[in-house]
Design a protein around this ligand. Structure first.
Ligand SMILES: [Zn+2]
Length: 463
């Protein structure tokens, strides 16, 4: 009996210890996009939350793990605000999660996945809460009747559902909310009427709709109707053209789809016909008016410069970048190596270089007008390795003209704001969730220093 009691006490003791064991990071420089840099700080973390900043009391130190932060930098955990966990089935969720955390990415936003395919990822996180990033998901792309991603053509896995004016949109949104989605992702083939109704139902339910602005609608109308966010700066090219109204009319005709093309082919055909023409015929005044409207209406932008510059930067042609493929499962690694080497033989086209310059200069203008920018990549599309690619995006945002602190904001505070969680995440403050990254070098000196990681803490646990 005595032994039993002692064992019980011991177990309780262990349990208490594991609940209460804290982490103290001593004498470190804190850097976040709200307060800038603060030298010589001590941070005490317990139960997944930042408990104190300043001097850790001795009683806390006794039961805690001590980390010497001397000469090091502490930043909030990073977000990748545009990932697709299910896009390449060979890259399983465990690999995704491991690579995000290794790279300091403690929160991810999945911007398109059929829920049943995402379910194993959700289960894994539930079963392994302390060794996985936080996952926010939209569920499927909400597309029109001629869906682009329906799993029928190579390169277009089934990621979507299709709705039209006959659909019960309220029912669709209710169903997705019951599955745990906290935002919606719209897609390009939606009709204007269906899209407007989707925006309205989403707003009633407090959900932001981000995504590709449908080809059928004028961007300014979408902004005024409550569009929450845009991906890849898609549709800005079309909306900024001097004859944007004429281009919209042509698109609406094409969308009648008289040749019964697959949605993916029709979408590509429309972009090929209009994108580079529109970029060559930008009306700067009109574009500035639209950018100011984006800013005034608080529309979040996830420019995904890594994917917009896929054919110009050609990371896949860099043998050092291809080293990151070694961390993928065998079959994915081999496919990526083969695909990369064959693509690397092709030079960047004039259009790819044009689109690259246009994307970066547009981000610069948006940022100057106060548009909210989120760091996101589209990984694992475009041979963009999960986790590593987020740091490429940070470098590109810096090249687009954001200061290093503003780049950090795009991967910390702004994504938290998208979800209305800025009181819980995004900065290093007492009471905030303990998602933190210790860097060996100063990210304000060079944003590339976010790649020199000493240690990652996610959900209050050292990874
Ligand atoms: Zn995407």
């Amino acid at each position: 009996m005595k032994t039993k009691i002692r064992l019980f006490t011991l177990l309780i003791g262990l349990q208490l210890f594991s609940l209460q064991a804290g982490i103290v990071i001593e004498n470190i420089t804190l850097i976040d996009a709200k307060s800038g840099a603060r030298n010589g700080q001590t941070v005490f973390i317990e139960n997944g939350v930042i408990q104190s900043i300043g001097n850790a009391s001795e009683s806390n130190v006794e039961n805690s793990q001590i980390i010497d932060g001397n000469g090091k930098y502490l930043i909030p955990g990073l977000w990748d605000a545009h990932v697709h966990l299910t896009f390449i089935p060979e890259i399983d969720h465990e690999t995704h999660f491991k690579l995000y955390l290794k790279n300091g990415v403690t929160s991810i936003r999945d911007t398109g996945a059929i829920i049943s395919k995402l379910q194993p990822s959700l289960n894994f996180i539930e079963e392994n809460p302390s060794t996985t990033p936080r996952l926010f998901y939209a569920g499927p792309l909400i597309d029109g009747a001629d869906r682009v991603y329906k799993g029928m053509e190579p390169g277009f896995p089934n990621l979507s559902i299709g709705i039209d004016e006959h659909s019960n949109i309220r029912g669709v949104v209710d169903g997705l909310m019951a599955e745990g989605v906290t935002f919606l992702k719209s897609y390009e083939m939606l009709t204007r009427e269906t899209y407007l109704e989707l925006l309205s139902v989403a707003q009633e339910n407090g959900l932001r709709v981000t995504g590709h602005v449908p080809l059928s609608i004028d961007l300014e109308e979408a902004i005024e109707a409550g569009l929450g966010g845009m991906q890849h700066v898609r549709n800005m090219d079309l909306a900024c053209a001097k004859d944007a109204d004429n281009l919209l009319g042509k698109r609406q005709n094409s969308l009648e789809n008289e040749a019964s093309l697959a949605g993916s082919a029709l979408r590509t055909q429309i972009h090929s016909a209009q994108r580079y023409y529109a970029i060559d015929n930008t009306d700067d005044e009109r574009c500035l008016r639209i950018i100011k409207k984006l800013s005034a209406y608080g529309v979040f932008q996830t420019p995904t410069l890594t994917i917009n510059t896929f054919d110009s930067r050609r990371f896949y042609a860099d043998s050092k970048w291809r080293e990151t493929y070694r961390e993928l499962p065998e079959s994915a690694k081999n496919n990526w190596m083969e695909g990369s080497l064959s693509l690397a033989k092709i030079d960047a086209t004039e259009n790819a270089i044009k689109f690259d310059a246009w994307s970066l200069s547009l981000v610069n203008k948006m940022h100057a007008e106060g548009v909210k920018i989120l760091a996101g990549t589209d990984t694992p599309i475009g041979y963009l390795t999960p986790g590593y690619s987020l740091h490429k995006e940070l470098e590109l945002l810096s090249e687009a003209g954001l200061s290093n602190l503003e780049v950090l904001r795009s991967a910390t505070i702004t994504p938290a704001e998208f979800f209305g969680m800025e009181d819980q995440m995004g900065t290093i403050e007492v009471g905030k969730l303990a998602d933190l990254v210790i860097l060996n070098e100063d990210p304000l000196e060079s944003i590339s220093n976010t790649q020199n990681i000493h240690l990652v803490i996610a959900k209050g646990q050292i990874q």
